[in-house]
Design a protein around this ligand. Structure first.
Ligand code: HEM
Length: 487
């Protein structure tokens, strides 16, 4: 159930263990937890002493480049600053009553995607679905981040900058895992440091003018605020310390605006976390539907029964009623969680005991999400794609994802993590996945392509996001006439 990253039998390992408390946190042996009951106990209930809500030193480039001064939500230590920026996201943008504000951006992206796929099928007989889906989702997330005034070429350039950032993350490891202070490591690895600086500079050159445009723009009252708008209005505690933040000087907490450097990092996190994971999940679902035409047809029947033939799209308001579609989404998230691992780090105040052994302060605890969701003691036929298990009529699991990730007290999967640091984008992710999958199934019959384009459900993890090793390709049969032709 709990396994250690390597054998502790050699002398070297013994010496390393003795030295462990003196090593930098990032060098210590991590501990893996791959059973749901232990994951639930630790993540949702917290450790005996503390909340067990911190992650190991961050790989976020803005945190590394600023020597830990600038943070995004993922990299921020558990404390008042993290609480303020996370609460801003969940209350201002992702509150359930506000999720539908960006329906127009989604509709436009869907129209563009459907037109693009039709054209590819007509011209080439096969569609590069992976790339097209990724572009469509990135368009929506970019609008949610900066507003709708970003022209298409700039959206493309922003997407490229985000890709460069992902490519540079292996370089970040050099600095996170170094035994030397960053100032020394950057002298040793000057080339890598300069590369990181140039990737970051490219982001600043693009994002800061967009952030300034948000500052200057006077929004009309019916225009939904974008992520940057909410951040510009936000005040965060000056000191990231629970006591200072609650008492402050003269009885009230000292607040300040978020710095430009931090704004760039927060935008980058939003664009990356909001697009890659969702696009990957849509691909996994479509790939499974190509492999199982019977399940694809059942999803289509449910949609056709709920949406009139003349309706332009499967509207967002219909999605909740599509039980079978939702079961398909849940089953794909169980089998192919698009975030590979969840991390925590044992802090001074935590008291983490596993298998009767106290885990040392500074140790990284890793929760492998796919292994957790394929536990044979918890699931029947854990490796088989069986959406029925999530249907009430299938004698199945609850449809409530929050229950699946913790609040019901029995956790069987956690594709969005669990506890205080559970993914704040869970609601919007489910909306985006459901909306795009429903409409893609309604518009086209998806069939497997041949040769090098066949579906391969082998996973491949790129910096924590688990994608299909071979990107999704397919043949599409158009089911409805082009909107232009029907008029
Ligand atoms: C299928 C889509 C998604 C999956 C599978 C996913 C998964 C995850 C997971 C596993 C975590 C770690 C949770 C933990 O440590 O317990 C996480 C954290 C996070 N996710 Fe997502 N995510 C998705 C979509 C999104 C979206 C759309 C956003 C929005 C921009 C987002 C933003 C974040 C942020 C900011 C965190 C850090 C939370 C914190 O540290 O408090 N994610 N996500």
């Amino acid at each position: 159930v709990i396994r250690h990253a390597g054998p502790i039998k050699t002398r070297l390992a013994t010496v390393m263990s003795a030295l462990a408390p003196k090593l930098p946190a990032a060098w210590r042996k991590p501990v893996f937890v791959s059973d749901c009951a232990t994951a639930y106990r630790l993540l949702v209930r917290g450790s005996a002493g503390g909340s067990f809500s911190n992650r190991p030193p961050s790989m976020a480039p803005s945190a590394v480049l600023s020597a830990g001064r600038h943070h995004n939500i993922t990299s921020a230590p558990h404390g008042p600053f993290w609480r303020a920026i996370r609460h801003n996201l969940t209350s201002q943008l992702f509150h359930p009553t506000r999720l539908h504000r960006y329906a127009l951006a989604r509709r436009n992206a869907l129209r563009g995607l459907v037109a693009d796929l039709r054209e590819q099928q007509q011209q080439h007989g096969v569609v590069l679905a992976a790339e097209s889906i990724r572009d469509a989702i990135f368009n929506v997330v970019c609008t949610m981040c900066f507003g709708d005034s970003v022209y298409p070429a700039l959206v493309r350039a922003i997407a490229d900058a985000q890709d460069d950032l992902v490519q540079s993350l292996p370089v970040v490891r050099v600095f996170v895992f170094s035994v030397f202070p960053v100032a020394v490591t950057r002298l040793i690895y000057r080339k890598q440091w300069n590369k990181l600086v140039s990737v970051r500079q490219k982001q600043e050159d693009m994002y800061l003018p967009l952030i300034d445009a948000c500052r200057r723009r006077r929004r009309c009252s019916d225009e939904p605020p974008c992520y940057v708008d909410t951040l510009l209005d936000l005040e965060v505690p000056v000191k990231d310390d629970d006591h200072v933040a609650s008492v402050g000087v003269g009885g009230s907490a000292q607040q300040q605006r978020i710095s430009d450097a931090e704004l760039v990092g927060l935008c980058s996190e939003f664009l990356g976390a909001g697009s890659e994971t969702v696009a990957a999940a849509i691909q996994w679902i479509m790939a499974n539907l190509v492999k199982r035409p019977d399940i694809q047809e059942a999803v289509r029947r449910e949609i056709d029964d709920s949406v009139g033939a003349e309706a332009e799209e499967v509207g967002e308001e219909v999605l909740e009623k599509l039980e079978y579609l939702n079961a398909v989404v849940m089953e794909a998230l169980r089998l192919h969680p698009t975030t590979a691992l969840v991390f925590r780090q044992v802090m001074k105040e935590d008291d983490v005991v596993l298998d009767g052994r106290r885990i040392g302060v500074g140790t990284t605890v890793i929760f492998p999400l796919e292994a957790l969701a394929r536990d044979k003691t918890v699931w029947a036929d854990p490796d088989v794609f069986k959406p029925e298990r999530f249907l009430a009529s299938g004698g199945g699991e609850t449809m409530n994802l929050v229950a699946a990730t913790g609040s019901a007290g029995k956790m069987k999967m956690m594709p969005f993590g669990a506890g205080r640091r559970i993914c704040p984008g869970m609601g919007i992710a489910m909306l985006h996945i459901g909306y795009f999958v429903a409409n893609l199934v309604r518009e086209f019959v998806w069939k497997e392509a041949e040769g090098e384009h066949t579906i391969d459900l082998q996973p491949h993890t790129i910096v924590l996001v688990t994608v299909m090793k071979r990107p999704l390709r397919a043949h599409l049969l158009q089911r409805r006439r082009d909107a232009k032709n029907t008029s």
